[in-house]
Design a protein around this ligand. Structure first.
Ligand code: PEP
Length: 259
């Protein structure tokens, strides 16, 4: 089954709303210059909450084909949850995707696989698609138990989802030791885990679901390594951190097929 590759830029806590507008505008122009085919490779930006309204206004007024989303969401619908943002607020802003369970959320906010699964379910219930992150820390990689570790995360994160919901979701395999370190997993390392995730989804659900779900690799993706990573049979895209803040570099990653 043909899966449309998806390249998503996670800006983390960078860029204010004016800078966000600038970046998206420049990204759209650059991709037009490069004759990017959005139906061949989907492009998503994931700004901080405070930028989303500005990105929405630009995308809608200029009829851009760039999709956008949020970096996190609450499991609550509304009420006394200071600092949280609901799925309804994000759908109102036209978000298509929500990243859930990024390793930084797990590390700094104690998010568990179960909570990540709950967030993914809320996102799907609201008609958006979750980008569900998983990945092992360095000590697990060194111990050689990384596949088992990630599959345990997958089992727990997907426990409350139906096959149809999983098929619509995106899974981002991001080895923690490769995030923001310049240390990229080899394409074989990335394929080993992404392939194992797909097999596990076939076991938990069925082959059609496993064939439909898109699995990204994330961790120091750059234009120089994107094409090789994307050539792996079970890698359907990239979740890009640092490099997504540089328009020319991100545009080159998006257009990896032209490399
Ligand atoms: C990320 O934060 O999801 C990420 C992959 O970051 P970087 O590309 O900077 O390693």
């Amino acid at each position: 089954m043909a899966r449309t590759p998806i390249i998503a830029g996670n800006w983390k806590m960078n860029l204010d709303h004016l800078e966000a507008t600038h970046l998206v505008q420049k990204l759209a122009w650059t991709l037009t210059d490069l004759k990017h085919d959005y139906s061949a490779v989907e492009v998503v930006v994931v700004p901080p909450f405070t930028d989303i309204r500005s990105v929405q206004t630009l995308v809608e007024s200029d009829e851009l084909s760039i999709a956008y989303g949020a970096q996190d969401v609450s499991t609550h619908d509304s009420g006394a949850y200071t600092g949280e943002v609901s799925t309804a607020m994000l759908t109102k802003l036209g978000c298509s995707y929500v990243v859930v369970g990024h390793s930084e959320r797990r590390e700094y906010h104690g998010e568990t696989n179960e909570l990540v699964g709950e967030k993914a379910k809320k996102v799907l219930d609201a008609g958006m698609r979750p980008i569900m992150c998983c990945g092992e820390p360095l000590e697990v990689r060194k111990a050689g138990t990384h596949v088992e570790y990630v599959l345990d995360q997958i089992n727990a994160m997907l426990a409350g989802l139906s096959a149809a919901e999983v098929a619509k979701s995106v899974i981002a395999y991001e080895p923690i030791w490769a995030i923001g370190t310049g240390e990229v997993a080899t394409s074989q390392d990335a394929q080993e885990v992404c392939g194992a995730i797909r097999v596990r989804i076939a076991e938990l659900f069925d082959q059609a679901t496993a064939d439909a779900v898109r699995i990204q690799y994330g961790g120091s993706v750059k234009s120089s390594n994107a094409a090789e990573l994307m050539a792996q049979p079970d890698i359907d895209g990239a979740l890009v951190g640092g490099a997504s803040l540089k328009v020319d570099e991100f545009a080159k990653i998006v257009t990896y097929q032209q490399a």
